[in-house]
Design a protein around this ligand. Structure first.
Ligand code: ES4
Ligand code: ZN
Length: 326
C-alpha cells in the first residue's frame, strides 16, 4: 500500500496548531531546568502518561500547566524552532501558528517576549528550512472581552509580525458573540480572522462565528454536520474547516478515528483540511494525523490531493504565492 508514502511526501500546509501545544515533555523539562523551575512530574514518561483526557477542559488544564516553564524570549524561540523542524520533516511547506498571549501575560511575561521569540523562529524557518510560517494570536474565550481588547492593544506594536486573530480555549458557555466588538476592531485593523467553533459546541456557535465575528475559517467545525442548512452554507461560501482528527480522538469528540466525520465532510463538498492542533499532547504531528485518519476511514489518494489543495487554498498566503505552492 503506497498511500502512507504519498501522504508523507505530499506538500501540505498546516492551519491549526497551537505552539504551546507543541511543547514536548523533553523540552519542557529542559526549559524548567534552565529557568530554575520544576515540573510537577518526576520524569518525561510519567508526564506523558498524564496525557489522558475526557474532554477539552481536562486537556486545557494540563496544557496550561505546561506553559509555566516558558519564561524568556529564547524559550519561545526554542519551542517554535522545534515545531518548525518537525513540521518540515512532514513536508509541511507553510504553517499558520496559533499562540496565546493572555496565558503568558497572566504569568507576568510581556507580550513582546512571546511574539518576538515566535517570530524570530519563523524568520529562521523561511531561511533555513524553506518553510513559510505566520502567526495568529488567539484570544482566550474563557476570559472577558475587555481582557481580549487588552491583549489586542498590547500586540499592536508588533502588528507587522502577525497575520491574524483567532479564538480558542473553553468553548461551551463562551459563544463567539461574546467577542463581537473586539473581532470588529481586529477586522478594522486588517487582521485575518478565524475562530474555534463546533469542536464541542453546537452548530449555533459556527453560525455566530460566521455571521457575527465574520471569520474566514472555522477551526474544527466538526459539529456542523448536525445542521444541514449550515453544511449548505459552508459549502456555498467555501468556508475552510481546520479539522484535527487526533485531537478529536484524544478529547473524545469521536470515540474512534473510524467514527470521525472527515470523510463525510469531504463527501458533502466541504473545504476541510487536516491539522495537528496540539501535537505534543495528542500524540501526533501532521503525517500521523493524515496516515491514521486515512487508514481508519479508508480515504483515497484523490482525497489526499483534495486535502492538500484545500490546505493551500484556505491559507492566508497571498494569491501569487499560492500559485508557486500549487
Ligand atoms: C485547544 Cl484543542 C483546543 N481547543 C480549543 N482551544 C485550544 N487551545 C489549545 N488547544
Ligand atoms: Zn485548536
Amino acid at each position: 500500500d503506497r498511500l502512507p508514502a504519498l501522504l508523507q511526501r505530499m506538500p501540505k500546509a498546516e492551519l491549526h496548531m497551537h505552539i504551546e501545544g507543541s511543547l514536548e515533555p523533553e523540552l519542557m523539562f529542559a526549559l524548567a531546568k534552565r529557568n530554575g523551575l520544576s515540573v510537577p512530574y518526576p520524569d518525561v514518561e510519567s508526564l506523558r502518561q498524564a496525557y489522558v483526557f475526557n474532554n477539552l477542559q481536562e486537556f486545557l488544564d494540563i496544557y496550561h500547566q505546561g506553559t509555566l516553564v516558558l519564561r524568556t524570549e529564547q524559550d519561545f524561540y526554542d519551542m517554535t524552532w522545534a515545531y518548525l523542524k518537525r513540521a518540515a520533516a512532514d513536508n509541511v511547506r507553510h504553517t499558520e501558528i496559533f499562540f496565546d498571549t493572555q496565558t503568558h501575560t497572566g504569568h507576568g511575561l510581556n507580550t513582546d517576549v512571546v511574539i518576538n521569540g515566535l517570530h524570530r523562529a519563523c524568520v529562521d524557518a523561511q531561511q533555513q528550512l524553506g518553510l513559510s510560517a505566520s502567526l495568529i494570536l488567539c484570544f482566550l474565550r474563557h476570559l472577558s472581552e475587555v481582557e481580549a481588547f487588552e491583549a489586542l492593544e498590547q500586540a499592536l506594536p508588533l502588528r507587522d509580525k502577525l497575520v491574524g486573530i483567532g479564538l480558542a480555549s473553553s468553548e461551551l458557555g463562551h459563544p463567539p458573540e461574546k467577542f463581537a466588538k473586539v473581532f470588529a476592531k481586529a477586522r478594522a485593523l486588517g487582521f485575518r480572522l478565524v475562530a474555534h467553533a463546533g469542536e464541542e459546541g453546537p452548530p449555533a456557535y459556527i453560525w455566530s462565528a460566521l455571521d457575527i465575528l465574520k471569520v474566514e475559517r472555522i477551526d474544527h467545525g466538526v459539529q456542523a454536520m448536525k445542521d444541514p442548512a449550515l453544511v449548505a452554507r459552508l459549502r456555498q461560501d467555501k468556508i475552510p474547516l481546520t479539522v484535527c482528527p487526533r485531537s478529536n480522538l484524544k478529547l473524545r469528540v469521536f470515540p474512534t478515528l473510524a467514527q470521525h466525520n472527515l470523510g463525510a465532510m469531504l463527501e458533502a463538498g466541504l473545504m476541510a483540511t487536516v491539522n495537528s492542533d496540539d501535537p505534543a499532547y495528542f500524540g501526533g504531528y501532521m503525517n500521523d494525523n493524515f496516515t491514521q485518519t486515512f487508514a481508519a476511514l479508508g480515504l483515497t489518494a484523490q482525497q489526499a490531493y483534495q486535502l492538500a489543495c484545500n490546505s493551500f487554498e484556505a491559507s492566508f498566503i497571498d494569491a501569487s504565492a499560492k500559485q508557486i505552492f500549487q
